[in-house]
Design a protein around this ligand. Structure first.
Ligand code: ADP
Length: 263
């Protein structure tokens, strides 16, 4: 019986070790898949803007005479836009990394909403397609928010950039601000491609991109990060969208942010 007991114990140990190893291997596999996915995403997303920068720089060096000023300006603009695009992709990845590792430090303080809106619109104006226009409220000088300014800037830029990216030339993008009893509501409204009804439930999933969006470049990270940040801060993000009609993204910031976070 002693040797039988011993064999049983041995079998149990082997079984347990095998189980532990299987779990470790699965984790390793998942990590490796994530790494591969990340690398393929980065290389894919970087390829197009980089090649367009290269073309523009090559052409730029050919236009040396003053009468070629317009052509030079066009290429300088392309370079600026593409560098910006690369910068956005990197910021998205860094944000994911920071959120995952819990390295985000929020700073809640008072700031005027108008300054933030002006900055976001100023930056976004440089990305507009021909004939696109951003309409935004100019009578919001009295609105002071108590929130994390950098995070809100990131979120609003993201939403406005999406509105530009997923709308056609000559369309209007509207930013609306409403002051309610419970807080401030910010809306970004576009008349763009919209989100197909059957894909709407996935839109905040990390890396998810709708079928009709694939002609544009993107990582599928922006909305996921925006929502996560806002929820960490007691605020919320939701949308209404109709394919081929447009989308409205709504950010709701409660008055008592600090209370919400401490809960
Ligand atoms: P990205 O734009 O880099 O793909 P986001 O996380 O910002 O990533 O958006 C995820 C997806 O949501 C997009 O790929 C697109 O399918 C959809 N989407 C986001 N904003 C809009 C919009 N304003 N109009 C239409 N589709 C949008």
């Amino acid at each position: 019986t002693e040797s039988k007991n011993y064999t049983e114990r041995l079998e149990k140990t082997v079984e347990k070790r095998t189980e532990q190893l299987t779990i470790a291997l699965a984790k390793e596999k998942e990590l490796n898949e994530l790494k591969t996915r990340f690398l393929s995403l980065v290389s894919h997303e970087f390829k197009t803007p980089l090649s367009s920068i290269l073309t523009s720089v090559t052409l730029l060096s050919k236009y040396t005479q003053t009468e070629q000023q317009q052509k030079r300006d066009k290429h300088v603009n392309t370079i600026k836009n593409k560098v910006r695009q690369l910068d956005t992709i990197l910021s998205d990845f860094l944000s994911v990394e920071r959120l995952e590792s819990g390295k985000v430090n929020y700073k809640i303080e008072m700031f005027p909403l108008s300054k933030l809106v002006n900055e976001v619109v100023y930056d976004a104006n440089m990305l507009l397609k021909p004939g696109q226009k951003i309409v935004y409220p100019e009578n919001i000088d009295n609105i002071i928010l108590n929130f994390d300014e950098k995070t809100l800037e990131l979120v609003l830029s993201n939403l406005v950039h999406n509105a530009i990216k997923y709308s056609p030339e000559n369309s209007i993008i509207t930013m609306e601000v409403t002051q309610e009893k419970e807080g401030i509501v910010l809306q970004i409204i576009d008349a763009g491609i919209g989100i197909p009804a059957k894909e709407q439930k996935y839109i905040f999933n990390r890396y998810f991109r709708a079928e009709n969006a694939l002609v544009n470049q993107g990582t599928g990270i922006g909305l996921n990060i925006a929502k996560q940040h806002l929820e960490n801060l007691g605020a919320s993000l939701y949308f209404f969208s109709e394919e081929n009609k447009g989308s409205t993204f709504t950010v709701r910031i409660p008055v008592n942010v600090e209370e919400k976070i401490s809960k």
